[in-house]
Design a protein around this ligand. Structure first.
Ligand code: GRF
Length: 209
C-alpha cells in the first residue's frame, strides 16, 4: 500500500456515520495520513451523507438495485466505477449494510476493510452486541478486519475490548462499543495508510518501528 499523505479512502455506509465522522476528525487532527476521496451510500437519507456534506467531502447516494442484502450487478458495477474514478487506495466499510462479493472484492483485492461490533470470530452477523448480551459474555468489543468472501471472516487488523456490565441494555452496550470503534478504526486506517500492516494468509502483522 501507499505511504504518503495522499492515501485515498472511499467510505461506504448506510447509517448515521459516526465512524466516518471519527475518521474525518482524526484526519483533520493529523492522526491519519489519508484523505477521504468519496463517501457512497445505498440509503438516500443516511446520516453518513449529511456528515460528508457538512465536511465538504464528495458524496453520493447510489441506488443498490433490486436485492435487500446485496448490490445487484449494475449497482455493484456503479460502485466499483465511482471508487475507481475517485482513485481510492482503500475501501472503508462504515456500517454498510450490504454484502460485497466476487466482482467488487476482485476489483479491490485486499483493499476493503470493515469494522464489526464484536470480538471476532465471536458473534459475526447482525446485532453483534445483542448476541454478546444474550450469550452472557463479560467482555466484548470491536474488530477491524479485511473483507473476504465470508461474513465478517477476513484477516483481523485490530481489536478493542469493551466490558459487558450486568445491568446493560442492548442500546447501552452498543453505545459503549461504538465509543471504542471511534478510536480503533482511525488507528487501524492510519497503520494501513503508513504501510505498517502486512498480510500473511489469514493473519496480519504490524511492522515494528
Ligand atoms: C458501527 O457500529 C459498526 O460496528 C457497524 O455499523 C455501525 C455503523 O455506525 N458495522 P455508524 O454509521 O458509523 O455510526
Amino acid at each position: 500500500m501507499q505511504h504518503s499523505s495522499t492515501f485515498r479512502l472511499g467510505v461506504l455506509g448506510s447509517g448515521k456515520g459516526s465512524n466516518l465522522a471519527a475518521i474525518a476528525d482524526a484526519i483533520a487532527a493529523g492522526g491519519v495520513p489519508a484523505q477521504i476521496a468519496v463517501v457512497l451510500s445505498d440509503v438516500q437519507e443516511a446520516g453518513i451523507l449529511r456528515q460528508a456534506s457538512d465536511r465538504s467531502i464528495p458524496s453520493a447516494y447510489l441506488p443498490p438495485g433490486s436485492f435487500r442484502t446485496k448490490l445487484d450487478e449494475p449497482a455493484e458495477s456503479l460502485y466499483i466505477q465511482r471508487l475507481l474514478e475517485a482513485k481510492v487506495d482503500l475501501v472503508v466499510l462504515a456500517g454498510f449494510m450490504r454484502i460485497l462479493k466476487g466482482e467488487f472484492l476482485n476489483a479491490f483485492r485486499n483493499r476493503v476493510v470493515n469494522i464489526h461490533p464484536s470480538l471476532l470470530p465471536s458473534f459475526p452477523g447482525l446485532e453483534a452486541w445483542k448476541q454478546a448480551l444474550d450469550y452472557g459474555v463479560k467482555v466484548t468489543g470491536c474488530t477491524v478486519h479485511f473483507v473476504d468472501q465470508g461474513i465478517d471472516s477476513g484477516a483481523i487488523i485490530g481489536q478493542e475490548t469493551v466490558p459487558v456490565l450486568d445491568q446493560d441494555t442492548p442500546q447501552a452496550l452498543h453505545e459503549r462499543i461504538q465509543l471504542a470503534e471511534r478510536s480503533l478504526y482511525p488507528a487501524a486506517i492510519a497503520s494501513l495508510a503508513r504501510g505498517d500492516v502486512s498480510v500473511l494468509g489469514r493473519k496480519t502483522a504490524r511492522r515494528v518501528p
